[in-house]
Every structure is written in structure tokens, then in C-alpha cells.
Design a protein around this ligand. Structure first.
Ligand code: UDX
Length: 458
């Protein structure tokens, strides 16, 4: 047997799981990390994926990849806002996924399917699993705290609270302490249709309720109260096995090439001196916000590594930085299009992270003990930022959008002032507890073993 045949042979062994990710960076990463973890536990993994934003099979030689035929073209997908896109995915991929899964069941190329593990946002998989009589487990790739806010949507809608007047934004939401109206995931999506959002969220939540079990990219120490409440409200097996990125790097599932040259630059910077700035894979800001960001960074006098992704600014592929910015920041700033984020956050030169509070970014920062400056845009990011600032107190939120003086002061607070030192001490404690959860006997470690036993019992 050749080496390749041997690898194929090894691949085609073990109880068979079909994983169905949502094709967005922040969802692909944790799903493929879960796949790596389950593969290490002896499962045979097939990734059923869209051709739009497809993961790269050659980065994952241990998994089978089955593209869903048809669906959305890149052009159609690119023309939609994020909520419309996820809603459209759920319509466009239902029939072709059913056809593909039916073939996998009938032709059985990799062995019988124990269960599918679907991103909860791909809620159409519930109908497909029911039709084909396959158990369906879901993974929520984002926080439990944001899921709790999503479950409150029907009640909030009934009370007319999903969109409130500007003057009410800072008022508390009585049903969801410690959230304020501005922290609700329905905010920051001005261009999206509120009914499409409402239906997407309620279908997602209903799909979790109908699932056989739910996997969380969460660890007990961080979100215990919410996880306990969810377990009561959703009496199906719950498995908090996170943080998932600790098991596999997100480099292999990156949709954009990561610019590793920034590591050599970081090597030359002083310990804890650099602010890392990245707003994830989806955020598109107004040009005026980009200008304020640039001057806030320039005036802070701190070294920075700034990810300016193509598409970061509405309506343009690339961005012009304000005149004079380069001169003012010469020697202490580096801009890249996409970074190896986990490696950057783990670098000793990095002392702070200005983030959009996506859940992967939040967990990655916690796991490296890096305090955060938060500028949440939409959805779960708002809930995550509120907890980072107000509950875990490991960062601070920029409360008034993008204004250069506020940015400058906030950067100085996180990077050099006493408040920032206190955030740093608290986030080190969270980091240690995340490590503890993953070690033998820890909550995530045990939860993973329970998940394995559970799947084998199906
Ligand atoms: C989206 C939503 O915005 C987020 O709120 C939700 O929690 C998940 O889906 P995204 O905006 O991409 O995700 O943010 P985030 O969850 O932080 O995920 C970004 C991922 O890309 C991280 O794993 C990060 O390590 C990676 N990344 C980011 C890079 O590899 N390089 C970069 O330069 C920036």
C-alpha cells in the first residue's frame, strides 16, 4: 500500500460524522477546529460545504470534502447584506443538500452517518435531517450570552423593544441584565430588513430546540450562569467544549492569505507595547470612521499593527489613508491586509487588542491574556462587548462610535494606564481558567468526552 493509500485507508475508518458549516470565516474556523478535535477522538469526518467560501480541502487531508452542488454564486452572495445572505443560504442550499446527503446515505461511500453536526445558523438542516431520519446535533459557534439574547427576540418584539429611539439606547433591558438596548443583537444592522433578521433568529433558535444536542464554543468558567440557564430552557444534552481554537489553528481554514511578515516586525517591538487592531472578516466601516481610526492611532503614540482588510470600507476595495498619517506613524505602525491572528495575539510584543468583539476574536484574546478595546458592530458582537467591558471587566467599550480623541484616550487607557493594568490582571485569570477547563479533569475536557460517548450512543 502506498503512503497516500494508507492515509485514505485511515481516513475511511471510525464512526462517520457529517459536518455542515456556515460559509463565513467566523463560523468556518470553529467548525473545522471541532472537526479536528472529533477526528482526534477517532471519528471519520466529512465536511459538506458550499462552493461559495469553500474551505481548502488540501489543508485538511484527514477529512472528506463534499461540495453541495448549485446554491449561490459568489456574485449573488457578494451583493447581499449579511442577514440577507444567511437567510438566502438557508433557502438555496436546502434542496441540493438533501440530494447530496441522500446520496451519502444510499451509496454509503464513507460508512453509515452517525449524525450531522450543523452550524445552528444553517437551520434548514433540521428539515433535511428529519426527512432523511438522521440525528442532528448543532454547534453554536458564538457565545452562550448572545444566544440567550437571541432567545428573547419574540418577547422583545412583542414589547416593541427590538428597535428603540436613540435616547433610550443606554437604558437597561429589564429582561436581559446587564444588557442595555444598544447591546441587543438587533442593533447595528441599519441596512438589513428587520423581518428577515427576526425570522432568521427565530428559525435558528427553533432549530436548536429541535436538535438532538448542542455543542458550544464556550467554557464553563466564563459563561456558567448563562449555560446553566440555557440547559434548563433547552433540555437537550449541552456540550460546552471550547475554546475550540486551542485545538487547531485557524490558519488552515483562513479564506484570505495571512501575511506572516508582521511577526518579524513584532519581534522588533518592546514587550507588551503593540496595539493589535482588527475588526474581523465582515465589518465594513464608513470612510469617516476609517479616518478617525487612523488619527486615533496616530495620536495615541502607541505602536500598532492594523489589519485593513480589502472591503473594510463601504463601497471600495481598497482604502486611502489620510494625508500625513504615514509620516506621523513612521516606524511604529504596520498595516497588513490579513494577519495570522492567533500568532499575533500570542506574541509577547502585543499588549492590547482593538476588536469588533466577534466571538472568535474575543476567545482568542482571552486565551492569550490580552485586554481589549471593543467597537462592536452588529449581532452577537454587541453582547460580547458588554460582557467584556461590564461583567468580566477585561476591556473597555468605545461608547460613542469613532471619534479620534475618544479613541486616543481609550487606547492609552488599555495600553498604559492603571485601568488597563487591572484589565490585564483580570484577563490573565480568565486565561488560566480557560487553560484549566481544557486540561484533563477540566469542564471542557470532560464535556468533550461526554460528547464522544453521546455520539457513539446515537
Ligand atoms: C462573524 C461575526 O462577525 C462574529 O460576531 C461572530 O461571532 C462569528 O462570525 P467575524 O466577524 O469574522 O465573525 O469575527 P470573529 O468571530 O472574531 O472571527 C474572525 C476569525 O478570523 C478569527 O478566528 C481570527 O483569528 C481570524 N482572523 C481575523 C485572521 O485569521 N486574520 C485576521 O487578520 C483577522
Amino acid at each position: 500500500m502506498t503512503e497516500v493509500e494508507e492515509m485514505q485507508d485511515q481516513k475511511y475508518q471510525g464512526p462517520h460524522l457529517v459536518l455542515i458549516p456556515l460559509p463565513l470565516q467566523g463560523h468556518l474556523n470553529p467548525m473545522l477546529q471541532l472537526a479536528t478535535l472529533l477526528h482526534s477522538k477517532g471519528f471519520l469526518i466529512t465536511i459538506v460545504h458550499t462552493q461559495f467560501n469553500s474551505p481548502n480541502p488540501s489543508n485538511h487531508p484527514n477529512f472528506n470534502f463534499e461540495p453541495i452542488p448549485d446554491g449561490l454564486s459568489d456574485d449573488r452572495a457578494a451583493a447581499m447584506d449579511i442577514i440577507m445572505l444567511v437567510a438566502a443560504l438557508n433557502v438555496a442550499y436546502k434542496a441540493p443538500s438533501e440530494e447530496l446527503l441522500r446520496r451519502l446515505v444510499l451509496e454509503n461511500p464513507y460508512g453509515p452517518i452517525k449524525c450531522i453536526i450543523s452550524d445552528a445558523m444553517m437551520h434548514f438542516t433540521q428539515d433535511v435531517a428529519s426527512i432523511l431520519n438522521i440525528p442532528r446535533v448543532v454547534i453554536r459557534t458564538s457565545s452562550a450570552i448572545s444566544f440567550a439574547a437571541f432567545t428573547a427576540f419574540p418577547l422583545l418584539k412583542q414589547k416593541g423593544c427590538l428597535s428603540v429611539q436613540d435616547h433610550q439606547l443606554k437604558a437597561p433591558v429589564p429582561e436581559l441584565p446587564p444588557l442595555r438596548f444598544k447591546d441587543l443583537p438587533s442593533n447595528g444592522l441599519a441596512t438589513c430588513d428587520p423581518d428577515t433578521l427576526y425570522h432568521l433568529v427565530t428559525h435558528m433558535v427553533d432549530g436548536v430546540r429541535a436538535a438532538s444536542a448542542v455543542i458550544w464554543n464556550a467554557f464553563d468558567y466564563l459563561e456558567r450562569t448563562t449555560l446553566t440557564k440555557i440547559q434548563q430552557d433547552f433540555p437537550i444534552p449541552n456540550f460546552p467544549v471550547g475554546p475550540l481554537h486551542k485545538h487547531a489553528s485557524s490558519s488552515s481554514s483562513s479564506l484570505l492569505p495571512q501575511d506572516h511578515s508582521c511577526i518579524a516586525w513584532l519581534n522588533k517591538q518592546a514587550h507588551g507595547s503593540v496595539l493589535y487592531v482588527s475588526f474581523g472578516s465582515l465589518v465594513a466601516m464608513e470612510e469617516s470612521a476609517l479616518v478617525e481610526t487612523a488619527w486615533g492611532l496616530a495620536n495615541s503614540d502607541q505602536p500598532f499593527l492594523w489589519v485593513v482588510r480589502p472591503g473594510s470600507v463601504h463601497g471600495s476595495d481598497w482604502v486611502e489613508l489620510p494625508e500625513g498619517f504615514k509620516e506621523k506613524t513612521k516606524g511604529r505602525g504596520l498595516i497588513v491586509k490579513w494577519a495570522p491572528q492567533q500568532e499575533v495575539l500570542a506574541h509577547p510584543a502585543v499588549g492590547g487588542f482593538w476588536t469588533h468583539s466577534g466571538w472568535n476574536s474575543t476567545l482568542e484574546s482571552i486565551c492569550e491574556g490580552v485586554p481589549m478595546l471593543c467597537s462592536p458592530w452588529f449581532g452577537d458582537q454587541r453582547v460580547n462587548a458588554r460582557y467584556v467591558d461590564h461583567v468580566w471587566r477585561v476591556g473597555m467599550e468605545l461608547e460613542n462610535g469613532f471619534e479620534r480623541r475618544e479613541i486616543e484616550q481609550a487606547i492609552k487607557t488599555v495600553m498604559v494606564r492603571n485601568d488597563g493594568q487591572e484589565m490585564r490582571a483580570r484577563i490573565k485569570d480568565l486565561k488560566e481558567n480557560a487553560d484549566r477547563c481544557l486540561r484533563k479533569g477540566g469542564s471542557s475536557y470532560e464535556s468533550l468526552n461526554s460528547l464522544k460517548d453521546y455520539i457513539l450512543s446515537l
